[in-house]
Design a protein around this ligand. Sequence first.
Ligand code: NDP
Ligand code: GDR
Length: 371
Amino acid sequence: MNKIALITGVTGQDGAYLTELLLKKGYEVHGIKRRASSFNTQRIDHLYQDPHIENRKLFLHYGDMTDTSNLIRIIQEVKPDEIYNLAAMSHVHVSFETPEYTANVDGLGTLRLLEAIRILNLEKKTKIYQASTSELYGKVQEVPQTETTPFYPRSPYGVAKIYAYWITVNYREAYNLFACNGILFNHESPIRGETFVTRKITRAVSKIALNLQDKVYLGNLDAKRDWGHAKDYVRMMWMILQAEKPEDWVIATGKTTTVRDFVKFAFAEVGVTLEFKGEGENEKGYIKSCTNTAYNLEIGKEVVAVDSHYYRPTEVDLLIGDATKAKEKLGWEPEFTLQDLVKDMMKNDLSLMKKEIYLKKGGHDILNNYE
Ligand code: NDP
Ligand code: GDR
């Protein structure tokens, strides 16, 4: 019998890569998606299977982390061997605007899943992975951060996730659940949400290179993050649930980079060297040179500016993780470097923007011809 997995947050970045991975491993995969007024399954559309075919391996269920009875019913129907709880209001800045909702989804949502396992007497059958985060560390207590570094969250998101972290530990200790936290540092990809800083940058740089946009406005350029590739990180989620015993694990690259340097690396992919001048809100980035003649970019042009609207009320200044435990005990090794990640994201966004230009030009003419 193949294993059955249930993924909450199946339509998100990690949900999509994890679904792909588990299907390749022969799992029957069930995902919980939210009802939305427009399509929200773009990231998994390539995996979609017609409900009418036999031996279907991917099933989607409508649901929400705030709806206890819905979660219980789905778990009762699916009887999963493994639950991956990836659903969350995952945007740190937005959590300052929606703190109560964030607590409900990210904090209590986890409790609802754990309780559902107990109510349905699935403690011995169902393992659960909780998507914990480096945002738990928040204000720097120790560098690099490990499984034993004290937490000090700096946002409603971080505080909600700390509840989820501890309730997962508590249910493991109280009821012998195979419940684990993956404390994952930032991980990105070509399908990263467009408002997270890396994707915002790679999209903007692609548009600037193709003359579709003048400049990009960013917030704190000094923030340092430990950025990995989501494909490497979902592999580790699966490994965590295959471990001999349930534990908590840090997943990180061990290298940290400023937002400013990420911008420089993205521009380098289109042959541009940037020069930054000024400080704080007055800092700006200018084109110093451009070696790629395919892009018609003006030397000296201002392409990066700071808008304090993107600053957070409390910031996490520096994250750098130490994944020694995962490497030594589970044999995890990331395959992507930061340079590979930037290349992957830039390649994807340049091609998306080129398609946009093509559709605008060609498509528009075609529409006109048939009006
Ligand atoms: P995304 O924001 O890309 O995906 C979040 C998913 O959760 C989406 O499928 C979203 O649905 C779903 N969701 C949001 N609210 C609800 C709700 N109320 N009920 C049901 N589903 C909901 O996040 P990532 O894939 O990047 O991250 C996955 C998990 O890992 C999250 O819990 C995140 O907090 C955590 N994490 C992420 C890290 C990262 O760097 N990416 C690092 C550490 C932890 P919809 O598509 O409809 O919006
Ligand atoms: P983060 O990711 O908060 O680390 O949370 P994000 O990409 O939003 O911010 C990273 C850093 O960049 C700074 N920054 C900006 N951020 C955004 N979004 N937009 C900007 O214009 C901008 N300018 C500078 C931020 O201040 C911050 O310091 C992500 C999410 O995936 C969480 O769900 C996850 O738990 C953590 O990573 C680990």
